[in-house]
Design a protein around this ligand. Structure first.
Ligand code: ASP
Length: 411
């Protein structure tokens, strides 16, 4: 597919960032000609998200067999996934609230979007709404949280009914649906350069009219980059090693050294799925995890366990809120945490997959989805970093679970 003369997608995006930024800066009054490209791209992202998440969750859950050892492994794996993702999100939450990188960006000065206020619904109602009353109404409205809850329940009971007549075919349908949705998502993401061009032009134009606008945006972005990068480093070099040491009773340094090639591959491909074959090989050959455990934990983790992605999504949502001058209440921050935890689970392990989810989370929290345009310029390098953390998190979970199963490890 990649002919020799075709520029790799990340270079195309970089070019689009420069050109879009240039256009918005030079022709702020004419962004209407190109901003529709960004709107169209955001619509496409929203188009794929629900079927993608639904199929991805159902097929990941039906991959877990609930009997015997696999049931136990599944339980331990899910506990580790949730624990590490939650710790990652809390790291981001703390750093973003301390540094407040978006505060100086002040989009509201550029346009009136800042005046948009979030409707805070009462806590009780929001929690109740997580359980769908009418699934089809939630599907039609694009409410991700109730859909995720239903998908998880549906997946669990589908897996439990696997011995009933015709159920295996239904499981196959969701597996196939996932394959197709992944392809469709990759197709949509191929339009990212055009979308990024439109979104960037519009966003830069917002700032171009003010003397210090661009400098403010640049400074905010720089801080955002540093905050996410530091949170990722903390998670990878402090939190995860401590989990390996305390929960797994293994040597984190040895494990880290064994994962060198895996981490570099994850970093350069920005795809957990793409790295999976290598991850499997090295966790088995170098760490000594059994093929059975690794073969179960790692593929599931590549879709479900996204420490870096959850951390990143949380940081972006808070950054956008700060940039628009919208103060998120403690409760809205908790809702954000819950949303990113669940959407992290549904994020596909391919480059830029977070963008799909962030648009949805922004919508859910009541922030303008085009706010994502503020951070696109630094998305790619952070995608590389967060993917390395995603994959490393999976390998740490594999080691901890293998050890708890009494396996003889080399770490
Ligand atoms: N690129 C990430 C991965 O494959 C997903 C994302 O955060 O975009 O793990």
């Amino acid at each position: 597919m990649n002919s020799k003369f075709r520029l790799a997608l990340h270079w195309q995006i970089l070019l689009a960032i420069l050109l879009g930024g240039g256009y918005g800066f030079l022709f702020p009054d004419h962004v209407g000609y190109v901003s529709w490209l960004g709107d169209l791209f955001l619509r496409l992202l929203q188009m794929v998200v629900i079927p993608l998440v639904f199929c991805s969750l159902v097929s990941a859950i039906t991959g877990i067999r609930t009997t015997g050892k696999l049931g136990r492994l599944g339980f331990k794996a899910m506990a580790m996934y949730l624990l590490t993702s939650m710790l990652a999100i809390l790291t981001a939450l703390t750093l973003v609230n301390l540094v407040r990188p978006g505060v100086g960006v002040d989009v509201s000065l550029g346009e009136n979007i800042g005046a948009m206020k979030i409707e805070a619904s009462p806590l009780r109602e929001t929690l109740l709404n997580i359980v769908p009353k009418n699934l089809f109404a939630d599907l039609a409205a694009g409410n991700l949280l109730p859909i995720v809850v239903f998908a998880i329940l549906f997946g669990v009971f589908l897996a439990r009914s696997r011995d009933e007549k015709n159920v295996p075919s239904l499981i196959d349908v969701f597996d196939a649906g996932f394959t197709v949705m992944m392809k469709l998502t990759v197709f949509v993401l191929a339009f990212a350069p055009l979308g990024v061009f439109g979104i960037l032009a519009k966003n830069v134009a917002l700032f171009a009219g003010e003397s210090d606008g661009i400098a403010r945006l640049g400074q905010g972005l720089g801080l955002h980059f540093m905050v996410v990068f530091s949170a990722l480093v903390l998670h990878m070099f402090v939190t995860l090693p401590l989990c390996v040491r305390w929960i797994g009773k293994c040597n984190p340094w040895k494990h880290f050294r064994n994962m060198g090639a895996v981490l570099l591959t994850a970093f350069s491909t920005a795809s957990s799925n793409g790295t999976l074959p290598l991850t499997l090989r090295d966790v088995v050959e170098k760490d000594g995890v059994s093929e059975e455990t690794a073969g179960f934990i790692l593929p599931l983790g590549a879709t479900v366990n996204m420490d870096g992605t959850s951390l990143y999504e949380c940081a972006v949502v808070l950054f956008v809120a700060q940039a628009y001058g919208i103060e998120l209440t403690f409760f809205q921050q908790c809702l954000t945490v819950l949303m990113v935890l669940l959407t992290g689970i549904g994020t596909a392990g391919i480059p830029m997959a977070s963008l799909v989810m962030i648009v949805i989370v922004l919508n859910a929290v009541g922030l303008p989805p085009e706010g994502i345009g503020l951070v696109l310029a630094v998305d790619r390098p952070l995608d590389m970093c967060r993917t390395a953390v995603n994959v490393y998190g999976d390998t740490c979970c594999a080691v901890v679970v293998a050890k708890s199963e009494g396996e003889e490890l080399a770490v």
